[in-house]
Design a protein around this ligand. Structure first.
Ligand code: P1T
Length: 396
């Protein structure tokens, strides 16, 4: 079953794509794709590689299965797997851009992506401008003659800003630019940017796709033959590929993606509503709340709102630290998208590499907190938040 098999639903593709039992003579008919650890493949004749496999960096059977599955769940022709989200990003940038090229990006991106552009790619002469992509016209205004690519995250990390993907895709097409959409926060279960006109979708599969906080990975999904060939060539030439075991874990995670996303969504909405009513909370950001400025766009563009809730606590940095350190079920940790609930402080953790003045401009204050809502019993999560809030009162 492949991405062409549009007749199958999401969960069927997530479970079966890339893992059809092998009934060829001598094969064992495994229902789960085996972990092919071999780094190289013997051939009988000099110029005929066995079953197309030569060397595992270029192609590995377990990674090939994952790549088929990735394409199937994102409704694209091709999938490519990498050693991390940033490895996928680096490969994509090096494959498509050269010195002097310019990128327009939405202003609220994962801190590591900003660092990659500002501290690494800038050394190669690749330039970037950031625009508030809440309004698509800001993206168009930032385009200059050297612009080659538009890069968006929707919802963004950590402010959960939503870009109008079809509108921005229209801008990209008018200016002959490539549109890259980081779909990490929605996962392919809730949103498919290529179906809305994006050229390339990118994921940190460390997050929802893997889903269990036990594997670091990245993925790129796309349907354009020429872009695929370029990125695939660089995947091998640069070599930032995942191990076969990582591919196995990622595939195992994908099989329950639909179940997990439904529960993440349900728990996150309940927590967002709880926080919105709480007197110790200044402001809650969750695309599923009608108070979110782009709630209606989120509803049209995606099939769910995801598992990330951001909020500002009343008080100062000390209040924020006290609150974060009082939690018992939530782990104070970077990352997101796993079955367990995580909480973090973007200003000192995930977005510490973003300049303080840029953080201030964006609204990532010292009292800003990001939650990755897991799939635990939601009452336990709410009780944990409540007991941490109550600690603030006792000590103030
Ligand atoms: O961590 P890595 O797998 O390399 O993925 C980078 C990345 C790319 N895009 C988005 C939207 C991300 O959130 C990330 C990684 N983010 C975190 C580690 C975090 O805690 O936000």
């Amino acid at each position: 079953m492949e991405n062409k098999d549009k007749k199958y639903g999401f969960s069927t593709k997530a479970i079966h794509a890339g893992e059809e039992p092998d009934f060829r003579e001598g094969a064992t008919g495994d229902v789960v794709k085996p972990i092919h650890m071999s780094s190289t493949y013997a051939r009988k004749m000099v110029d005929v590689p066995t079953a197309g496999f030569e060397y595992s960096r270029a192609l590995n059977p377990t990674r090939q299965a994952l790549e088929t599955k990735l394409a199937a769940i994102e409704n694209t022709k091709y999938g490519l797997a990498f050693a991390s989200g940033l490895a996928a990003e680096s490969t994509l940038i090096l494959a498509l851009l050269k010195s002097g090229d310019h990128v327009v990006a939405s202003d609220d991106l994962y801190g590591g992506t900003k660092r990659l552009y500002n501290q690494v790619m800038s050394n190669l002469g690749i330039k970037i401008s950031f625009a508030d992509a809440n309004k698509s016209e800001n993206v168009e205004k930032a385009i200059i003659p050297e612009t080659k690519l538009i890069w968006i995250e929707s919802p963004s990390n950590p402010l959960l800003k939503i870009c109008n993907i079809p509108q921005i895709s229209g801008i990209a097409k008018r200016h002959n630019l490539i549109l890259v959409a980081d779909n990490t926060f929605m996962s392919p279960y809730f949103q498919n940017p290529v179906d809305m006109g994006a050229d390339i979708v990118l994921h940190s599969s460390t997050k929802y796709i893997g889903g269990h906080s036990d594997v670091v990975g990245g993925s790129i999904m796309l349907s354009d033959d020429i872009l695929y060939e370029k990125i695939k060539y660089h995947q091998n030439a640069i070599g930032a590929v995942p191990s076969p075991f990582d591919c196995f874990l990622t595939m195992r995670g994908i099989k329950t993606l639909s179940l997990r996303m439904e529960k993440h969504n349900q728990n996150a909405l309940a927590i967002a509503k709880f926080l919105e009513k709480h007197h110790d909370v200044e402001k809650v950001i969750y695309p599923g709340l009608s108070s979110h400025p782009q709630h209606l766009l989120a509803k049209v563009q995606a099939r769910g709102f995801g598992g990330i809730v951001s909020f500002e606590i009343k008080g100062d940095l000390n209040t924020t630290k006290k609150f974060l350190q009082s939690l018992k079920v939530f782990a104070l940790a970077e990352s997101l998208g796993g079955v367990e609930s995580l909480i973090e402080h973007p200003a000192t953790m995930t977005h510490a590499s973003v300049a303080a003045e840029d953080r201030a401009k964006l609204g990532i204050s010292d009292t800003f907190i990001r939650i990755s809502v897991g799939v635990e019993d939601v009452n336990d999560l709410i009780n944990d938040l409540e007991q941490a809030f109550s600690k603030l009162k006792v000590e103030s």
